[in-house]
Design a protein around this ligand. Sequence first.
Ligand code: NAG
Ligand code: NAG
Ligand code: NAG
Length: 492
Amino acid sequence: MKNLIILLLIFSLACSEPYQTKYFDQLIDHIGFETGNKTFKQKYLIKDDYYRYDKGPILFYSGNEAPVEFGFNGAGFMHTTLAQELNALVVFMEHRYFGESQPFGTEKESFKKGNNKYLTSFQALNDYVKFLAWFKQSLGCGDKECPIVAVGASYGGMLSAWIRMKFPEIIDVSLASSAPIFLYENREGIDETLFYKIVTDTYDQNGCSKQIHSAMKILTDLIDSPLPSFLFKKQYKKILDEINQGIKTCKPINDQDNLNNLRSYIDQAYGYMSMFNYPQEGHFVSKMPPWPANYSCTPFEAINDKSSISQLFQAVKKSVDVYYDFEEQKECTNFNTGSTGDINTSGYVILSCADIIQPIHPNGITDMFYNSPWDKDSYQQYCQETFGLTPNYDYALNFYGGKNDEEMKQFSRIIFSNGMLDPWNSGSPTNFISDDLPILNMYAAAHCSDLRLPQNGDIESVTQARIQEAKYIKQWIQEKLPADYFTKKSQF
Ligand SMILES: *[C@@H]1O[C@H](CO)[C@@H](O)[C@H](O)[C@H]1NC(C)=O
Ligand SMILES: *[C@@H]1O[C@H](CO)[C@@H](O)[C@H](O)[C@H]1NC(C)=O
Ligand SMILES: *[C@@H]1O[C@H](CO)[C@@H](O)[C@H](O)[C@H]1NC(C)=O
């Protein structure tokens, strides 16, 4: 697919701020020798309302690809229920190159070719390790005190798993929520098309995958047409007119690029709605109803074999507007805009041209989309021209480990949680590996459901996963706490 689906957590808007905002002088480069000891200000949030005991546990959020407040708002379970359960000190750290944590001052300067090369997962892990070493010291904690639990969501979940895999002496336990650490080309047996099959399953179960597939096929046939562009409009005038009418495009489609953009606009909506198919109302690009993916099938109820192309695309428009414009604020459809609202995905695209390359793609057979094999040559060319970077497909698994389950067995005390409706479970550990790597598969749950603020309407599997998570964490941090910590914790 042309546009990458990013791995964000859904967020809701917070009213007041229950945390303090701080900045840490962080090294720009932990690995090379070009920038010397030059530093930048890395943002972090501290929340201590449940912290009682000086040398108690630290819950550390390994920030992902967004301003840190988004992570905070998306991970309510961690800084309320779980923090209370452990009487932990909560720290949320912003990922370098996102939000205010710009290594070269501004986003514009930091994202420039040359300056962008310090945006890698390993630099990010080193940020967290360097910070935590200092932070523990500043609290007066010794090595055998103040256990640290790394928590992460999605890409941040991969970081929370990897930080424990690479730095077990600093991180005691990790909770990796919806973390597709196996979704790399060099993982044994990886299925790069499973992601879009899982997306499709949801729409299939809700009765509209066939209709969506019909619309995708019409667009794809036009896109794949070998006609020269001057003939393009003429030959397909009637079909294009019907599509324009159905979609209510702001500007009529008039070339292949437009068609490609429209197709991405549609498939991204279906991808995100399936990731964010929560039982409660949510906000991402804009407001969405409970169970947005299910809801988005309703416009297709009136569609059958006799429906016109225009009627089919009218249903597609209503359906994807559950994601883009649920409150019906827009006069017409502008499919050339990004699909993630206020969240700027440029940083994640850079990571995807460095060491986080997850080659997921649809095939149009096991999914309702279209055949779109991963084209490594053109992808490499794109990364080199745009960012001056060459993607390293094998880096993550070669460096962190996890090419197969045997390799995973050397690691311990990482909890992997998965939503079984979430397409990212296609690349997360979902099958038993070892007792030291518990896997919590939550049926009927979406992306990072467990980390969200516990609330009415939560699915039982999610509630159960949270209970298990707290249990494992307590068991594994106990050795760095007083023997009676959990029985008498309110007295500390
Ligand atoms: C950073 O490097 C400069 C030049 O080598 C040196 O004078 C300075 O002491 C260093 N600062 C720190 C904090 O290490
Ligand atoms: C996202 O950030 C990049 C880098 O600063 C910038 O070039 C781009 O215009 C931004 N995109 C949007 C949609 O704001
Ligand atoms: C929505 O669809 C999912 C996936 O098919 C299903 O598990 C869930 O129960 C549905 N929700 C409702 C309220 O029907």
